[in-house]
Design a protein around this ligand. Structure first.
Ligand SMILES: Nc1ncnc2c1ncn2[C@@H]1O[C@H](COP(=O)(O)OP(=O)(O)O)[C@@H](O)[C@H]1O
Ligand SMILES: [Mg+2]
Length: 477
């Protein structure tokens, strides 16, 4: 049996007080009593909504090897009988454990931040590095004050590549997280209007993302997006912080990891990338120019951490677009089919544009309509009206025939679209869902996107519940 941590190392790293008959070690760490596997330690942290101490009993019933609980909550746990490590504060103890995990590790560490594309890039790194060694990466978007120390604490000692997503809603959030992670390579995917409500302008967002460079190891690398309008700002910061190696990616002729050409398609794409003086033709398993842009940063990082590059490049051909981030479904309607592109995970102006371009590149049969079903982008503060209205131009340029909208902010887009656009507007997502269920036809290509909180995912679910997967052989030419 190999342990993630021996109990004695756990106690030492967390400065904890052992209580009860503790096992020799733990096989994993869980903060969720429902998904806990037998043999794991349950850390009773206070999450976004609930306090883990209230679920300690369930964790024990589900086979927790031990509990990590806080001294002040101990009296309230009177009836829970289990081996425990008692600490001052469970989250702070997890931070100390995360730092111990980093200290004991010989892995190459990559940290990813940016306004969009963090999870996509992190998962792509996982995928391309897997042929080169043992990879440990964040689960889902575990990128915040508990997600980062949790991911670190879970990193096995024999990891070869550690990949960490680091996010933020406010200034000063990335700094403490990246100081725990101490990456060899930091990637900033792009700077765009996300959480704009919390910032004055893009420069402020760039400054907050730039904090990721403050945690780099001494001889560290940063990879910046050369095509982004904040590139110069970020490069200046990198120089001011004396970052040892500054690299860039993008279409710009000056980019180190450069997109020479890109050909989009429905199911994939071809990227020609220049790297170290060579131009490589790379098959991409997932479509979208934005995915290929992320891939440039991924290729750059992979080469900097010493990956097997042939294997890494080959792996890009087997990428799959993820649920909510471009996953495609061909659904049966009558004896024919339509295509659903699920972009419902989240939205901001940059990812909306990327998704519109995905829909544009989707090949459809004669007569098939390109339909964008869009809901509000949240957290845009005073810029909300403007950023919604500004989606009119990319929609028109992409030749999207049908624009179906829901939500108060999308009224700004409705008003900004030209007279001859086919627009449907509903106040609520549920009203738009009913309309969509009655209006999609054979041959259509439907892309659905909104901020998570707006809930256009419900339209995706309704379509998946209503229309079965298409099993016919009809081809789209
Ligand atoms: N480089 C990019 N530019 C624009 N949109 C992107 C980019 N990378 C990913 N996206 C899109 O942005 C959305 C969020 O992607 P995700 O990788 O989950 O970002 P994050 O983790 O930063 O929130 C998805 O719709 C995805 O397809
Ligand atoms: Mg994410």
């Amino acid at each position: 049996m190999s342990f993630l941590w021996t109990t004695s190392d756990l106690i030492a790293a967390m400065h904890g007080r052992p209580m009860g008959n503790l096992p020799e070690g733990i096989t994993g760490i869980s903060i969720d009593s429902r998904s806990l596997d037998k043999g794991e330690a349950f850390f009773a942290i206070k999450g976004d909504r609930v306090d883990g101490h209230d679920y300690a009993g369930i964790a024990v019933a589900n086979g927790a090897a031990l509990l990590v609980v806080s001294e002040t909550k101990l009296p309230a746990l009177g009836r829970v009988i289990a081996p425990m490590i008692v600490v001052d504060d469970v989250l702070e103890a997890m931070v100390r454990l995360g730092c111990a995990a980093r200290d004991r590790s010989a892995a190459k560490i990559i940290a990813v931040t940016g306004s969009v594309g963090k999870t996509t890039t992190k998962e792509m790194l996982r995928h391309v590095l897997e042929p080169s060694g043992r990879v440990h990466a964040s689960v889902a978007s575990f990128n915040n004050h508990w997600g980062v120390p949790l991911t670190l604490s879970r990193m096995p000692e024999n990891t070869d590549f550690g990949i960490f997503e680091i996010g933020m809603n406010h200034a000063d959030e990335i700094r403490p997280l990246v100081r725990m992670v101490r990456p060899h390579v930091a990637i900033i995917t792009t700077i765009a209007a996300a959480h704009l409500g919390n910032f004055k302008d893009l420069e402020e967002i760039a400054a907050a993302k730039a904090e990721i460079m403050e945690g780099l190891v001494d001889d560290g690398h940063v990879i910046l997006n050369r095509d982004n309008e904040q590139f110069e700002t970020l490069e200046k910061t990198a120089n001011a912080l004396a970052v040892a190696h500054i690299h860039s990616f993008g279409s710009s002729a000056k980019a180190d990891f450069r997109m020479v050409e890109f050909t989009g398609g429905s199911e994939g794409a071809v990227l020609w990338a220049a790297l170290d003086g060579k131009t490589l033709e790379i098959q991409m398993g997932a479509p979208g120019r934005h995915i290929a842009e992320n891939a440039l940063a991924v290729i750059g990082a992979a080469s900097l951490v010493g990956a097997d590059m042939d294997a890494a490049l080959a792996a890009l051909a087997t990428l799959q677009p993820e649920k909510g981030r471009g996953a495609r479904h061909r659904l049966a309607i009558g004896s024919a089919s339509f295509v659903l592109i699920d972009e419902s995970y989240n939205a901001n102006p940059a990812s909306m544009r990327a998704a519109i371009s995905l829909l544009k590149d989707t090949e459809l049969p004669e007569g098939g309509r390109r339909i964008a079903i869009l809901g509000d982008m949240l957290e845009m503060g005073e810029f909300a009206g403007k950023v919604h209205a500004e989606l009119a131009a990319p929609l028109v340029e992409a030749g999207i025939n049908e624009v179906w909208l829901a939500g108060p902010e999308m009224a700004h887009l409705r008003d900004a679209l030209p007279e001859d656009a086919h627009v449907e507007y509903r106040q609520t997502v549920d009203e738009l869902k009913e309309f969509a269920l009655g209006s999609i036809a054979a041959g259509d290509g439907v892309m659905i996107k909104s901020s998570k909180g707006t809930g256009c995912g419900r339209i995706v679910s309704a379509l998946l519940d209503t229309y079965p997967p298409y099993s016919g052989t009809e081809r789209v030419e």
